[in-house]
Design a binder for this molecule. Structure first.
Ligand code: EPZ
Length: 421
């Protein structure tokens, strides 16, 4: 059943928003259950479509998974039914590629469908494949599947990534954890989710050092044991609501937000005239002036996150001046721009750069979500716009935002989800 969100704009958000567990840590953590035959308990798991997709895939593989409570998962991988991750699962969620490393490392073979394209860009997985080959796996691409085999197991080595890849680093980390010998990942991704995945693996008995720096060293072990681990709060969700608070000229406390995961982002927000302050309850975000124009380049961590680019674009549509936003990570991540223009924004795209000239007000309209972060940038625009906005294709939104309308309604927003007849 298709649904849309109806939003009546103009209400400043006031209140507190609890930040859920990090989607992009939950996905690799669930895949890590494949690395051990013992129980893995994961807490603060967000209830999201993408998390359910990951659970469905692991269930299909033969992993036993139960919800111990609303946000706690218990997973056990004694024996598997199959080491094949079919196209139907992988096309729904490209992060399914994260089972490739663990299956190859523990079960010595895997057959994972190539993810295929994605709205925001080609999103290749060539670096994942090359890293596994360097660790000693035979890899064949056959009928749209990545087939790996490592009958003698994997062997540690130095792996240099030509550029930083988040899930590429995560896949390789998990594979190297069970390899014979030591692996060094050079030019490794440094995102907090990668650091936390390494910390989870260490809790399971892995020997990993250097996470959060460009060089991660993994001393392989024979096996990993069970563990209990809490997901960190979702830094992209927190940044999203910080932008919504600023855009609506409200005052919002982000509960259990890790400010240190968002330092580059909050620095940019300060330049835009938005303050953030650590309080007992969480990080208090509010405007100190009009929204000022700030030029942004999206970069790998610790730079400005590409996953907050669409949301920040919305903020700049009402700035006092003109700002440029350059998307350096993905080739096609401005699909929200034409939709914002339909709401009265003034945005011109030149290659990788969007030039946004601030307008006095956005006007409500029917708009179309195209991908996860674009969908929430349109919700924020609706919260700001005069009149009513309808955001269609909400399935994009539900992949990554838990209880969004409840969290916004609790801060005074006039927002409701309706079925599209
Ligand atoms: C992760 O995607 C996140 N997803 C993305 O979040 C995030 O935008 C991205 O990292 C930021 O880098 C998860 O963690 C599940 P990459 P990932 O490998 O790992 C190219 C969201 O909204 N590349 O870091 O797929 C790739 O095409 C999502 O929550 C190759 O060419 O991203 C991209 O242009 C969206 N070959 C760039 O590198 C490879 O083998 C960065 O990709 C790997 C990557």
């Amino acid at each position: 059943m298709l649904q849309k969100m109806l939003i009546k704009g103009g209400v400043p958000l006031r209140g507190a928003i609890p930040i859920s567990g990090a989607k992009n840590l939950a996905l690799p953590s669930i895949a890590a259950a494949l690395l051990t035959d013992q129980k893995l308990t994961l807490n603060n798991i967000p209830n999201l479509v993408d998390v359910n997709s990951a659970i469905e895939l692991l269930n299909y593989l033969g992993v036993e998974i139960n919800w111990a409570s609303r946000h706690s998962l218990i997973l056990s991988t004694n024996t598997l039914k199959t080491t094949e991750a079919p196209y139907d699962f992988v096309r729904k969620m490209r992060a399914s590629i994260l089972v490739l490393g663990p299956l190859t490392a523990r079960f010595k073979k895997a057959s994972v469908s190539l993810p295929g394209g994605c709205a925001i860009g080609a999103r290749g997985v060539d670096l994942h494949i090359k890293a596994l080959q360097q660790l000693g796996a035979e890899v064949e691409l056959e009928n749209g599947y990545i087939k790996t085999s490592a009958p003698a197991g994997l062997f540690g080595c130095d792996i240099s990534f030509p550029f930083s890849t988040m899930t590429g680093t995560e896949n390789t980390l998990m594979a190297a954890a069970l390899a014979k010998g030591t692996t060094k990942l050079i030019n490794a991704a440094m995102e907090p989710e990668v650091v936390e995945l390494a910390n989870l693996l260490n809790k399971m008995g892995a020997k990993i050092e250097g996470q959060g720096t460009p060089v991660i060293t993994i001393e392989g072990v024979d096996s990993l044991h069970g563990a209990t681990f809490d997901m960190m709060p979702d830094r992209i969700e927190a940044g999203t609501y910080a932008i919504a608070a600023a855009a609506t000229n409200g005052e919002v406390i982000l509960k259990n937000c890790r400010r240190d995961h968002l330092s580059s982002f909050f620095e940019t927000m300060s330049l835009a005239g938005v303050t953030h302050e650590e309080t007992e309850e969480g990080v208090l975000v509010k405007r100190k002036s009009d929204i000022m124009p700030v030029d942004v380049q999206t970069m790998q961590y610790p730079g400005f996150p590409t996953d907050l680019q669409a949301q920040f674009t919305t903020l700049m549509t009402i700035c006092k001046g003109a700002a440029s936003i350059t998307e350096n990570i993905f080739e096609n991540r401005f699909m929200h721009a034409p939709e914002l223009v339909r709401m009265g924004a003034n945005i011109a795209i030149h290659g990788k750069t969007a030039v946004i000239t601030g307008v006095n007000a956005l006007k409500g309209a029917q708009v179309m979500a195209t991908d996860l972060r674009a969908s929430v940038s349109l919700i924020i625009a609706g919260l700001v716009a005069e009149g009513e906005t309808a955001v269609n294709r909400l399935y994009h939104l539900d992949r990554g935002y838990e209880n969004l309308e409840e969290k916004l309604t609790n801060c005074g927003a006039n927002i409701k989800r309706v079925s599209v007849d």
